[in-house]
Design a protein around this ligand. Structure first.
Ligand SMILES: *Cc1c(COP(=O)(O)O)cnc(C)c1O
Length: 225
């Protein structure tokens, strides 16, 4: 049996400790509970413990759960998975945030898909920081162009950057992300989100400026693959 309440408390404690070690206040790091593959009932348990932001990676599964949990006020859904262009409308209509934009075409389609809403879609650009061919994410070289496209999309609100450093990535990957984020903030001072850190690398991420950690298995238990 997983105990969501205890798991959330433990993660909050780890966030606090990492913040303390980095001379940051714990309020500067938000917790996104990654609920992909997990049933609505577990999400509702986390909600009852006070958690409001949830991350999902698979569109159809997420849309079903969002409908199922519509009765929960203030619940906030973040899309963090790879984006296929035929899914952009469903994402734009159902989510408040998207962390995984990595190309211009997807940005434009999300902008269009959001046009009927009165609030913009909050977005982060996913950066391929490890430079692996297999991983998604915009390259550092293409980052500025993509940011500019998004800044000019009326239905998107650029909030910052997201990264998934590879397992056992050197600490330099994390500090590179922090530097990229600071550079982009020079140009867009309203940026406030560096989405970085998962169950296994929360501390490295917080040490290097993460403002939002995406935690799945440490809250909801391991996922079947
Ligand atoms: C699944 C996932 C997470 C959560 O990973 P855990 O190791 O279970 O904490 C975070 N970010 C992204 C993009 C994911 O796909």
């Amino acid at each position: 049996m997983i105990n969501i309440k205890d798991n959330l408390a433990l993660i909050e404690q780890q966030i606090s400790q990492s913040c303390q070690q980095a001379s940051r206040t714990k309020e500067t790091v938000a917790l996104l509970a990654v609920s992909k593959t997990k049933p609505g009932a577990l999400i509702e348990q986390a909600y009852q413990c006070g958690q409001r932001a949830f991350g999902e990676s698979y569109v159809q599964e997420a849309v079903d759960k969002i409908a199922q949990l519509k009765h929960l006020p203030d619940i906030c859904w973040h899309f963090i998975g790879p984006i296929q262009s035929n899914k952009t409308r469903a994402i734009a209509e159902n989510f408040s945030w998207v962390h995984s934009i990595d190309r211009v075409k997807i940005a434009r389609r999300l902008n269009e898909g959001r046009s009927g809403h009165d609030t913009p879609l909050n977005v982060c650009l996913q950066v391929n920081i490890s430079g692996e061919a297999s991983k998604s994410g915009v390259t550092v070289a293409d980052l500025d162009e993509l940011a500019e496209v998004i800044a000019n999309c009326p239905h998107l609100r650029l909030r910052g950057l997201m990264a998934i450093p590879e397992k056992n990535a050197p600490l330099s990957s994390y500090s590179k992300m922090q530097n990229l984020f600071r550079q982009l903030q020079q140009q867009y001072p309203e940026l406030d989100t560096l989405s970085m850190g998962m169950s296994g690398d929360l501390q490295a991420a917080i040490t290097n400026g993460s403002t939002m950690v995406r935690i799945g298995s440490a809250i909801f238990g391991s996922r079947e693959q």
